[in-house]
Design a protein around this ligand. Structure first.
Ligand SMILES: [Fe+2]
Ligand SMILES: [Fe+2]
Length: 204
């Protein structure tokens, strides 16, 4: 098990992950992963979360994303990962669970770090601060930009909220994606709804 307080060990692990994702992901997704690592570090400092864990999880979060659909399903089957009704249709969602499993086996990530990777796709009512940071960092990292004026404005709003209230930032991202999902008549994963309800209950 890696000692997360040992910066040298963490640096070596970051380099190992960097090398792997450079090979396994497209250049665009690789750059996104670096962006998420940097944003996760920034947010971890603001919210008093272990910066080393945030960086490692941020860098590795999309490690399973570019496996072709058949490979994702095969990986899930071979590694006894449960595939729910929505994931059977939206196979892409599985990259959270698969990424978590890869990081457990390859890099010995802790359960908390695995959960943060697993939950970054749909959200989850059990998200802790690390998971919330990764969820938000994924959506607002500095490399993201939108040509469409309204989306660009939303991104700036989300970046502002993330600096002051991580719960509000998760809620903002979930609401934006629910609106989009509904407009497109796509399936909504129940975990997104329960995450939203949990946050709102905590606010009441
Ligand atoms: Fe992802
Ligand atoms: Fe991502």
């Amino acid at each position: 098990m890696i000692d997360f307080n040992n910066n040298k060990e963490v640096e070596e692990m970051l380099q190992k992950i960097d090398k792997d994702i450079k090979q396994e992901l497209s250049e665009k997704r690789y750059k996104h992963s670096i962006g998420v690592m940097q944003k996760a570090e920034e947010l971890a400092e603001i919210y008093g979360v272990d910066v080393n864990k945030a960086k490692l999880v941020g860098l590795a979060h999309d490690i399973g994303k570019e496996l072709p659909e058949e490979e994702k399903l095969r990986y899930a089957k071979e590694n006894k990962i449960e595939v729910d009704e929505i994931e059977k249709i939206n196979v892409g969602l599985l990259h959270g669970k698969i990424g978590a499993d890869i990081c457990k086996k390859r890099y010995d990530f802790t359960k908390e770090m695995q959960d943060a990777i697993q939950y970054h796709t749909t959200g989850n009512e059990n998200m802790d601060l690390l998971a919330k940071i990764i969820f938000v960092a994924d959506k607002i990292e500095d490399g993201r930009n939108y040509k469409e004026a309204e989306k660009a404005k939303q991104l700036e709003t989300a970046r502002g909220i993330a600096k002051s209230n991580i719960e509000e930032a998760v809620l903002y991202e979930i609401d934006s994606s629910l609106i989009y999902t509904m407009q497109k008549k796509k399936l909504i994963h129940p975990d997104s709804i329960s995450t939203r309800n949990k946050i709102i209950m905590n606010m009441i």
